[in-house]
Write a protein that binds this ligand. Structure first.
Ligand code: ADP
Ligand code: ASP
Ligand code: MG
Length: 462
């Protein structure tokens, strides 16, 4: 009998593979929240797009920094936070004013948002579907501002809602998954006048209902659009000059990493590092489209180039990732059901709570997950149905990303000993399933000291 070893990507194809040729003329440029956070940032983004005009850019934008949080707050409490609607409108109108654009440009969209919120107020509580619809307004607003700013600067541009551009998803509101593109997106974008400025973060299901791709999902939108148009490159323009060896907000001497593999970046994101959404890697890998992370604050910096493979490098820790303020929750099976049923029950329950659970460690009759502290009560209650539950709150999880060569550090026990000698009570969390990375768990108030210590101790290779 012939036996087959079948290795396939674990995700369903998000884009057709029928067009392997990259269109050398298209690049996708995504600008994150801080990069469109106010008039000066938008002006800077406009200059950056203008300097790439010959490469036929497709622009993807996030909401202005903080706007999605405000919208989610409004959807949760449309009565109590009613003043936020006016503040949101005022902020956008002020940006329009500073950019010398028509102050009424956003009135139709702001009016629509007001209508939706009135609907939520009447029903009392927003459904997940309504929350997604409300959350999409941040990107609808920013795309219109950026397109108008580009046009005013002499670069013809059209704002396009991704839901109208054919970015189709399933109906899992709050965390929708894209369905394969059949050429719709390219058709829509090529018929737009000038530079398309597409909304990040959301799409629509088969019935036209608005769906969001999950928090920080605009990177994913950019990757899906890049794959759909077979872009030569997808550029993520953000507030740091590339992916760094650790979060530069907590490690002062973190350095930008010139080249990284898709797999390492996906691991970094899966640990909760904000810099890139891990889901963005799959569509780009599928079509082998390079990704570049660049800074709107220093546009001449090279940033980080992310590709399938980085040649000529030895085994090394490449970056330190972290998740702050998590609870470690262990569920032990009472063995009343087979292990796979136990695991499927546990993961279904976590999905129902809607929290980011990860990293995860699976043992023979137990599973440990890290979840946000804020979700701990709901998770413990849910999981109590399936086994004995232990929860430790106030922890942080720190991960070493790369081809982890711990030999030089005396193995995992050497790392733990060294941390403990410097006064950090680290534990091996058992959470080892991220690629070839290793994770430790420490009290949340020791997070910065731990990341700094490991950053100095691991010889991080460029
Ligand atoms: P955007 O709004 O542009 O999407 P994000 O705030 O989502 O930007 O991501 C950028 C932030 O990611 C940086 O300001 C930085 O604090 C954080 N970050 C976390 N880990 C890293 C890392 N390893 N390298 C670079 N930035 C990181
Ligand atoms: N605006 C959305 C969020 O804050 C998406 C994004 O910025 O990537 O989650
Ligand atoms: Mg982001």
């Amino acid at each position: 009998m012939v036996r087959w070893a079948v290795r396939r990507p674990s995700v369903a194809p998000l884009v057709d593979r029928v067009d392997p040729l990259h269109d050398p003329l298209v690049i996708v440029m995504k600008f994150g929240g801080t990069s469109v956070g106010g008039a000066p940032a938008i002006q800077q983004a406009v200059e950056i797009v203008r300097s790439h005009a010959l490469q036929s850019p497709v622009v993807v934008v996030s909401a202005l920094a903080g706007v999605t949080d405000t919208l989610l707050g409004l959807a949760a409490d449309p009565v109590g936070r009613i003043a936020d609607v006016d503040a949101l409108a005022a902020r956008h109108r002020e940006v329009l004013g500073s950019l010398q654009l028509d102050g009424r440009l956003l009135d139709p969209v702001l009016g629509e948002l007001g209508e939706r919120l009135r609907g939520v107020r009447l029903t009392g509580e927003a459904t997940l579907q309504e929350i997604d619809a409300v959350a999409s307004y941040g990107e609808r607003l920013s795309a219109r501002v950026v397109a108008a700013a580009l046009s005013a600067a002499g670069v013809e541009a059209t704002a396009i809602d991704a839901s109208d551009a054919g970015l189709r998803t399933d109906s899992k509101f709050g965390r929708a998954r894209p369905v394969p593109d059949d050429g719709r997106i390219r058709r829509h974008l090529t018929s737009a006048a000038g530079v398309p400025v597409v909304t990040g973060f959301f799409g629509a299901d088969e019935d036209g209902n608005i769906t969001t791709l999950g928090r920080h999902g605009s990177d994913f939108s950019a990757a899906l659009i890049g794959a759909a148009v077979s872009a030569e490159e997808v550029q993520i323009w953000t507030d740091v000059a590339g992916v760094h060896t650790a979060d530069p907000r907590i490690v002062r001497n973190a350095r930008p990493i010139p080249r990284m593999s898709f797999a390492d970046v996906a691991d970094l994101g899966a640990f909760g590092s904000r810099v890139l959404h891990p889901a963005a890697m799959a569509p780009l890998r599928m079509k082998q489209i390079p990704l570049r992370v660049r800074s709107t604050r220093s546009p001449s910096a090279e940033g980080t180039l992310v590709q399938e493979r980085v040649e000529g490098r030895g085994k090394a820790v490449r970056a330190i990732a972290h998740r702050d303020n998590v609870a470690l929750i262990t569920v032990r099976s009472q063995r009343l059901v087979p292990q796979h049923t136990f695991l499927s029950d546990v993961f279904r329950a976590l999905d129902a709570v809607g929290c980011e659970a990860g990293p995860v460690a699976v043992g023979e009759a137990a599973v440990t997950v890290a979840v946000e502290d804020a979700h701990v009560d709901a998770v413990v209650e849910m999981l109590g149905k399936y086994g004995e539950v232990d929860a430790t709150v106030g922890r942080a999880v720190v991960g070493l990303i790369g081809d982890v060569a711990l030999e030089g550090l005396g193995g995992i026990s050497g790392v733990l000993d060294a941390l403990r000698r410097s006064g950090i009570p680290a534990d091996f969390s058992g959470l080892v399933t991220m690629g070839s990375g290793v994770t430790l768990s420490v009290p949340a108030d020791q997070l910065v000291a731990t990341v700094e210590f490991l950053h100095a101790a691991c010889s991080l290779e460029d």
